[in-house]
Design a protein around this ligand. Structure first.
Ligand SMILES: [Zn+2]
Length: 248
């Protein structure tokens, strides 16, 4: 059986109150709205980044296609120029000149086909470039929102950390000189009972589990020596007897 001065048992309730507030602040630290917002923005940015990677790959493929289409056109164009030169020079037999003329006709048709291909590829390239530009500005918007949410989170954390530091100082002062066995029991019970290790007995009610104890038990608790540390029959927490309310 643990014993500790009744005064220490009552001070333990102050320590418990500080510990409860610290636990509430720790909970608020973990559940800041800014944290959810940051996580949501990270997912959105990852989506946009995946699209940007796909878009850049498509663009580099299209740029290669444009280069190739351009080279194809250039090849036909220079061959036509050479043919035209030979026609202009007027050398060769009539049959040669006729062959060159018909090749020129074919080359002209081929050139216009290839130019159409090149134009079509360039149009696709331009469309992809504007898609990428849109993705880039979407990413910039998300990054700005992220910076805002991070600043909001950091500001909120700074306030909470300041509160925690102040609570910590109070707690050290309140716990200073408290019966060591009582504190040890309190810490163990607090760990087992969701952060609440000690509670007041108010009337017949344990403020830890909020249950009414039966009158016989309450009478026995009230009669027990003051330094005896009593545990709640229902929840096992340290049950601290408060001064009797003044009668009159
Ligand atoms: Zn209880």
């Amino acid at each position: 059986m643990t014993t500790a001065p009744l005064e220490d048992q009552r001070r333990l309730l102050d320590v418990q109150a500080l510990d409860t507030r610290a636990a509430q602040i720790a909970h608020r630290r973990r559940t800041l709205p800014a944290l959810a917002r940051i996580a949501e923005l990270e997912v959105r940015l990852a989506d946009v980044d995946a699209s940007r990677i796909a878009s850049r790959t498509a663009l580099s493929d299209l740029r290669r296609e444009v280069t190739k289409a351009d080279a194809d056109v250039e090849q036909v164009r220079s061959r036509a120029a050479r043919d035209q030169g030979r026609l202009d020079a007027g050398t060769g037999t009539a049959k040669d000149l006729q062959a060159i003329t018909s090749e020129l006709t074919a080359l002209t048709r081929r050139q216009s086909e290839l130019e159409e291909v090149e134009l079509e590829v360039m149009e696709r390239l331009e469309a992809h470039e504007s898609v990428l530009a849109e993705l880039n500005s979407a990413a910039a918007v998300i990054e700005a929102q992220q910076a805002e949410a991070v600043a909001e989170r950091d500001a909120a954390l700074a306030v909470l950390d300041e509160e925690l530091a102040a609570l910590d100082i109070d707690r050290v002062a309140k716990a200073d000189g408290l019966d060591a066995g009582l504190l040890k029991l309190y810490d163990r019970l607090r760990e087992q009972s969701g952060g609440l290790g000690a509670a007041a007995l108010r009337g017949r009610r344990c403020e830890g589990c909020r249950l009414e104890l039966n009158p016989t038990d309450v009478a026995a608790i009230r009669k027990a020596p003051p330094e005896q540390v009593v545990l709640c029959e229902e929840c096992g927490r340290i049950l601290v007897r408060l001064p009797e309310p003044a009668k009159g």
